[in-house]
Design a binder for this molecule. Structure first.
Ligand code: PLP
Ligand code: COI
Length: 341
């Protein structure tokens, strides 16, 4: 029985659900792992994650489809990205097939928390792993915990599909040859001051520029950018220091194969932005959130699509992507993992 939750009024927050999947790495090997009830974690006061932030994570969603199945979207890509993140922080890789199994088990065990079709909410799934044993000299842990919990969520930005306003941020997110391309907690710790400051100034998010030259668009704290040119091309920034968004990679396919749009994945200079017709943020949490205005130290760039609704091409991309995720549109081979028929 579906839980008695006011699905349509959920924000993007944490709600404790019944079960979580846990596996531990010790003496050089992962254990079998399994579902547990305890939503808390106990560990050494000197755990590597607490002292040196040795933690990496993922985010994906489960959806109820139009015909009542429960599915998730491209979990194999989350598995391989978590493996890349782990290697970069000298952590053991959680086997990619076991990762997908853990997602399935966690969703199955919390099936009553999967929001119904058409409610506007989804089940957000958060896999993560961290160095757990005591470490005081700077070195990797040798014991790790991998965990998956889930929580029903609504839109990441209040107002859902209403265009947001972002500012150009004076702080940098990621250095060249740094860790911007992995999903590590440390990249989000450094963004906390910037996001609080942005909110205090009345902006919804930060646009980070490349740290070396501050001339190129990178991403926001939690999403990649997409832009639409006046002649209807999709342009999206290429950089070694941004997260390879699964949503963005999927949208590139959707644009080309479903909508017949030309796609340019390339460096995007800040100076070009004034010439684009539409702008959006894309990610698991953000889905596609339209951006109406970008403010660069008082200088405004207002996209022709305006502040009232999504631009027309952004809307087509949104409808097609969510149509694929919710089973209204046939997905490319391998994109949809069915959890419950
Ligand atoms: N960029 C950052 C910094 C993120 O945290 C996220 C969220 O996962 C994304 C981009 C979007 O990635 P994805 O589409 O894989 O969720
Ligand atoms: C996601 O989209 O899954 C993320 O991890 C972004 C985060 C800012 C919530």
């Amino acid at each position: 029985m579906s839980k008695n939750i006011d699905w349509s009024n959920l924000g993007f927050g944490y709600m404790e659900t019944d079960k979580r999947f846990v596996s531990n790495f010790k003496d050089g090997a992962w254990d079998e792992g399994g579902l547990i009830d305890d939503p808390t974690v106990t560990m050494s006061e000197c755990a590597c994650v607490l002292q040196y932030a040795q933690t990496v994570f993922e985010g994906l969603k489960a959806y109820t489809t139009e015909d009542g199945k429960i599915v998730c979207f491209r979990p194999d890509l989350n598995a391989s990205r978590l493996a890349d993140s782990a290697r970069r922080l000298e952590m053991p890789v959680f086997p990619e097939d076991k990762f997908v199994e853990a997602i399935v088990k966690t969703v199955e065990a919390n099936i009553d928390y999967v929001p119904p079709y058409g409610s506007g909410a989804t089940l957000y799934i958060r896999p993560y792993m961290y160095g757990k044993n005591a470490v005081i000299g700077v070195k990797p842990a040798d014991e790790y915990e991998f965990r998956v919990f889930c929580t029903p969520v609504g839109p990441y930005f209040k107002g859902g599909a209403k265009p947001i306003t972002i500012r150009v941020c004076d702080f940098d997110r990621a250095a060249p040859h740094g860790t911007g391309h992995i999903k590590a907690g440390l990249n989000y710790a450094m963004s906390l001051h910037a996001i609080v400051d942005a909110h205090n100034e009345g902006y919804d998010e930060n646009m980070y520029l490349d740290a070396a030259t501050r001339t190129k668009v990178e991403e926001t704290g939690g999403a990649n950018f997409i832009f639409i040119t006046k002649d209807g091309k999709l342009v999206t920034p290429k950089s070694e220091s941004i997260l390879p968004s699964i949503t963005r990679r999927s949208l590139m396919v959707v644009a080309e194969k479903y909508l017949g749009l030309e796609v340019e994945h390339r460096e995007v200079y800040f100076d070009e932005l004034k010439d684009f017709a539409e702008c959006g943020l894309c990610g698991t949490a953000a889905v596609i959130s339209p951006v109406g205005k970008i403010v660069d130290h008082g200088k405004e760039i207002c996209f022709p699509s305006g502040m009232d609704e999504m631009g027309p091409i952004t809307k087509k991309l949104y409808d097609t992507l969510t149509g694929i995720q919710m089973g209204r549109i046939e997905a490319p081979e391998g994109w949809i993992k069915v959890i419950k028929e």
